[in-house]
Design a protein around this ligand. Structure first.
Ligand SMILES: NC(=O)c1ccc[n+]([C@@H]2O[C@H](COP(=O)([O-])OP(=O)(O)OC[C@H]3O[C@@H](n4cnc5c(N)ncnc54)[C@H](O)[C@@H]3O)[C@@H](O)[C@H]2O)c1
Length: 246
């Protein structure tokens, strides 16, 4: 029960890595808000862990502000925020990603981190404690060709993590990131472009431990970084990647 008594928001918590993080946090005693645009899946996930489903579009200032008000009414205090919601474009040459796709990726993957900070950091500062976890990617450390602007959005997230960590450290708030390698989630086929045995073998060949990552892997890493066991850890971008970035 390493998160006993803590409150946590997991954005994109209805699916994939977010769902793995929600399950682990709940199993370790946290009260969890599953914050997602997908209402049906969020409700299912929340029911499974006795948590709360909340509709949010993390790229919208109004929507995040409304969630902050709801959280303050519900719990008063927010201990843990996981910025996990994220999207990608399909693999293609950088000049073929259109402006609409580019803007959407940066709104969901990058601006969301700013919006969550804008609406939740003041109460964390006031409480003198808190943990924020950004779900970045190995894409931000060791980019693959053709995922160009997605890669860059994750690099942005890693720098944001470090900038937030150094600024919030005097306030007792820790900020870390995890960098997952390709994982078994609904997003995987978008990264690969086509889900074929050949494409899977190509991705797996770059992962020394020889398997894709899982939502459980992310739950375990997130739990450690957001728990008091990691009270001396801030500003790290931890690879959860089976050795891919070595
Ligand atoms: N799966 C991988 O291979 C992989 C690898 C590295 C990093 N990541 C990162 O992990 C995170 C989770 O990805 P996943 O693979 O679990 O994907 P997923 O598609 O399974 O889950 C993403 C969740 O985010 C939600 N979401 C999307 N846009 C949203 C918005 N605007 N507001 C609120 N919720 C929104 C979706 O409804 C969904 O429930 C992402 O940030 C992704 O970039 C994934």
């Amino acid at each position: 029960m390493r998160l006993q008594g803590k409150t946590a928001i997991v954005t994109g918590g209805a699916s994939g890595f977010g769902a793995g993080i929600v399950r682990k946090f709940a199993a370790e005693g946290a009260r969890v808000m599953v914050a997602d645009v997908n209402d049906d899946l969020a409700r299912e996930m929340a029911a499974e862990v006795d948590g709360i489903a909340h509709h949010v579009d993390v790229s919208s200032s109004d929507s995040v502000a409304q969630m902050a008000r709801a959280v303050h009414e519900l719990w008063g205090q927010m201990d843990i925020i996981v910025n996990n919601a994220g999207i990608t474009h399909l693999p293609k040459p950088m000049e073929e990603v259109d402006e609409g796709e580019f803007d959407r990726i940066f709104a969901v993957n990058a601006k969301s981190v700013y919006l969550m900070a804008r609406y939740f950091v003041p109460s964390m500062k006031a409480a003198g404690k808190g943990a924020i976890l950004n779900v970045a990617s190995t894409a931000g450390l060791s980019p693959r060709p053709n995922l160009n602007w997605y890669n860059a959005s994750k690099g942005w997230m890693i720098t944001a993590t470090k900038a937030m960590a150094v600024e919030l450290a005097p306030h007792g708030v820790r900020v870390n990131a995890i960098c997952p390698v390709a994982g078994e989630t609904p997003l995987l086929s978008s990264f690969m472009g086509e889900d074929t045995p050949e494409m899977r073998a190509k991705f797996l060949a770059t992962i020394p431990l020889g398997r894709f990552s899982t939502p459980e892997d992310m739950g375990n890493a997130a739990c450690f970084l957001c728990s008091d066991e990691a009270s001396m850890v801030t500003g790290v971008a931890m690879e959860v990647d089976g050795g891919r970035c070595i």
